[in-house]
Design a protein around this ligand. Structure first.
Ligand SMILES: [Zn+2]
Ligand SMILES: [Zn+2]
Length: 387
């Protein structure tokens, strides 16, 4: 049993935005559709503006400001700030600071502002409707943002900015396409509600449904379907173990429009220093989880297929020893690399030792080999036990 929620005052602004506006939408949109019908342009504005506001949150609020996963030029920061303001999810400072707390204390019912261990409703939306102590922030974890003039400007003038951004985006579009009410209702109201829940799913469903290929030390999941809905943030298991990577869908084929946007911005000279976790660390985490799952599978089969299980156990544990050896070798190489870099700095040499490079490659190859062997062992074993 989790401790009951502390009593906390209602946050009326949040209630207005998250409860009252959806009620207005449910009544006004069908009524308007019945009497006037929406233009195609109004529908298109809803989808396009959903992308604009959601990407402002994912690429701006989340990956740039909360995690500093890349650096953005001032023009890009201004664009992302405007896009994020359009999503109406409070200021960058408040959002990013709270999100850092979420990563630091993930799943902790007292300290994670949207802990899933308080249930779906709380993690999704409930945490915002009252001013709970866990949701408060003194911004101690955000000195960089407190020093960022743009972030502080947005925080200071947040409400006028929200109004200005909405007027500046919606009114010209409504006027241009000749369907002001249609654009206000679909591109404005409906888009805002959709974009809210798209983000909220990351805190709720992405901590409930999906796989855990990189870590099982927290509730975060990888989920392709949610990645589609959340502009790539659905690879949340990867994100919680390697939060500083600018990619959430780390594999090149994983659907992550936010990473493609950031990458494109870097090609246009608007972003730089995109942070990537070294592939060795990623493979290491993945393989460690595969061993864990293989052992769990064996424990289940162990009840009825004893001889095969004994063999498989032996082979998997041998493979695990080899894997640990590779990790040790890699750690030693890393140590040598650090030393080599220190010497290089002292002697102003820029090249890493060639021999060291080759050895790193060999260790990487061994890791890939472990992965193949383990996959083969597991699939052979499953085939056997299935027969
Ligand atoms: Zn999370
Ligand atoms: Zn995050």
């Amino acid at each position: 049993m989790t401790a009951p929620l502390p009593k906390a005052p209602v946050n009326w602004i949040a209630v207005f935005a998250l409860i009252f506006l959806p009620i207005v939408a449910v009544i006004a949109i069908p009524l308007y559709a019945y009497h006037h019908d929406f233009s195609l342009a109004a529908w298109i504005s809803m989808f396009v503006l959903l992308g604009v506001s959601s990407l402002g949150i994912t690429a701006g609020y989340h990956r740039l400001w909360a995690h500093r996963a890349y650096e953005a030029t001032l023009p890009l920061q201004i664009i992302l700030m405007i896009m994020g303001t359009f999503a109406v999810q409070n200021s960058i400072l408040f959002w990013a600071s709270g999100h850092r707390t979420h990563h630091r204390h993930v799943d902790d019912v007292e300290q994670d502002p949207y802990s899933i261990n308080r249930g779906f409703w709380f993690a999704h939306i409930g945490w915002m409707l009252r001013d709970y102590p866990s949701g408060a922030s003194n911004y101690k974890n955000a000195p960089d943002l407190l020093n960022n003039k743009l972030v502080m400007f947005q925080d200071k003038y947040y409400v006028p900015l929200v109004i200005a951004v909405h007027a500046g985006i919606l009114l010209p579009i409504g006027w241009a396409v000749g369907d002001m009410w249609g654009v206000l209702l679909l591109g404005g109201l409906m888009r805002l509600i959709l974009s809210h829940h798209v983000t909220f799913f990351i805190n709720s469903l992405c901590h409930m449904w999906g796989s855990r290929p990189y870590t099982d030390e927290n509730t975060a999941r990888d989920n392709f379907v949610l990645a589609i809905a959340t502009w790539g943030e659905g690879y949340h298991n990867y994100h919680h173990i390697f939060q500083y990577d600018y990619r959430n869908g780390v594999k090149w084929w994983q659907y992550d429009p936010t990473k493609w946007l950031i990458w494109s911005c870097s090609k246009l000279g608007l972003a730089k220093n995109l942070r990537r976790i070294p592939s060795f660390n990623i493979k290491k985490a993945e393989l460690a989880m595969k061993f864990k799952y293989a052992e769990q599978d064996l424990a289940i089969y162990g009840l009825n297929v004893s001889e095969d299980v004994a063999n498989a156990k032996l082979r998997i544990s041998q493979e695990y020893d080899a894997f640990s050896q590779t990790l040790n070798d890699w750690a030693k190489l890393k140590e040598q690399e650090i030393q080599a870099k220190k010497t290089a700095v002292a002697e102003k040499i820029h090249q890493m030792d060639d021999k060291l490079k080759v050895e790193f490659q060999l260790v990487e190859q061994r890791l890939s080999h472990h992965r193949q062997t383990l996959n083969l062992l597991v699939s052979n074993f499953k085939k056997k036990t299935a027969n």
